[in-house]
Design a protein around this ligand. Structure first.
Ligand SMILES: Cc1ncc(COP(=O)(O)O)c(C=O)c1O
Length: 384
């Protein structure tokens, strides 16, 4: 059996059309976009076009888009930049217990600088309560950072309600939209989000490129000092081929959004049907109504996650125990811990399966059979 890749939430294969655009740019565009001669202007046009495409897709103005090296940098730039720029208005920040480490560790870093961070609890489906957020908001709250969709369990947060609640408060609202981008409709004109970060490599784009949306008028302390690129918000020569690729990747998700969502839901259904037909005991971790279609987190009672992942890998099925950054460590997932409690069995026996566009349904069925077989071997006979 050829290996089956079901870890698209960690990263996606690059779309061939994106690769074509990048190869073409590498070959034919040699200028530095800051140079004023024709070579520079040619490179500049490429980044302007990509910026326009991206801005239009999320209802922003082109000048509100800053290219970054991906999700982690966007999160850092938004959170540290906002905290430092707003510290004269307060030192209180609110986030959640289920953020990606790009946000989580950045908030911890700010705590070490003297900021006061509240981490909101989530329910057993991974959702925060807007009432809790309301209770935690203080006059000196300067930033609320809450992810759009979770990378481990796929739960989507009540982003519209949060954004509207914060619209009348001084606190800036940042959302890490890395996983939700391309499947959720995002319009920063309708939803008053101040800062939104994304990355290219989760949507068939290149790795090492992403953007941060910064609402006009929001001021961030700059983290990179040097040239005047990106309207002085991120110094350093832009990665023109990667930006060209990102622009194309965004066009492709824009044009294929309903088809991709339908496909992921079909893949998800096929996998669950296969497990049901095999009478495997499992439970879906996440929210039944508010979830990203490409992420499916399953709890298999009685299994040990590390053994299961190794077994699946040897059998040619690549899934994950959570975020790629924590995989490989024995630490239980902080997301599942926040949902189910310290030492809950779900934290030791759950896998994340994540879907992508290039999969055939027969591959999903094959993977489902391998998972069923492996789970059966781990929990012993008669599991139904
Ligand atoms: C929700 C979320 N935020 C941030 C990141 C980090 O993005 P990048 O790998 O582009 O730094 C990831 C990647 O796994 C993610 O899933």
């Amino acid at each position: 059996m050829d290996p089956i890749y079901l870890d698209h939430a960690a990263t996606t294969p690059i779309d061939p059309e994106v690769l074509d655009v990048m190869a073409d740019t590498y070959k034919n565009v040699i200028g530095n976009p800051s140079s004023i001669h024709s070579f520079g202007r040619q490179a500049r046009r490429i980044i302007d076009d990509a910026r326009d495409t991206i801005a239009k897709y999320i209802g922003a103005e082109s000048r509100e888009i800053v290219f970054t090296s991906g999700g982690t940098e966007g999160d850092n730039m938004a959170i540290i930049g906002a905290a430092l720029a707003s510290r004269k208005f307060g030192k209180h920040i609110i986030t959640t217990k289920v953020e990606h480490h790009g946000v989580f560790r950045t908030c911890e870093y700010l705590e070490s600088l003297g900021f006061d961070v509240d981490y909101l609890d989530v329910d057993r489906t991974g959702r925060i309560s807007v009432d809790d957020l309301k209770k935690k908001l203080r006059d000196d709250t300067i930033l609320v950072t809450i992810m759009y969709g979770n990378n481990e369990v796929g739960t989507i947060q009540p982003i519209q309600d949060i954004a509207h609640l914060l619209a009348s408060h001084q606190a800036l609202f940042h959302t890490d939209a890395v996983q939700a981008f391309g499947t959720e409709d995002m319009d920063v004109k309708d939803t008053p989000i101040d800062l939104l970060s994304m990355t290219g490599h989760k949507i068939g784009g290149p790795k090492g490129i992403g953007f941060l949306y910064i609402r006009e008028g929001v001021s961030l302390t700059t983290m990179t000092h040097g040239g005047e690129q990106e309207r002085k918000r991120r110094a350093g020569t832009q990665n023109v081929p990667a930006i060209a690729g990102l622009g194309r990747a965004v066009e492709l998700v824009r044009d294929r959004q309903p088809e991709r969502i339908g496909r992921y839901l079909e893949e998800r259904r096929t996998l669950l049907d296969t497990l049901d037909a095999e009478h495997v005991g499992y439970r879906v971790n996440g929210n039944p109504d508010h979830f990203l279609p490409q992420i499916l987190n399953l709890y298999f009672p009685g299994t040990n996650i590390e053994t299961l992942l190794t077994k699946l890998d040897l059998a040619g099925v690549a899934v994950s125990s959570g975020s790629a950054c924590t995989a490989g460590s024995v630490e239980p997932s902080h997301v599942l811990t926040a949902m189910f409690g310290q030492d809950a069995p779900e934290t030791r026996s759950s896998v994340r399966i994540s879907f992508g566009s290039g999969l055939r349904l027969e591959q999903i069925k094959e993977a489902g059979n391998v998972i069923a077989q492996s789970v059966r071997e781990l929990v012993g006979i008669g599991q139904d």
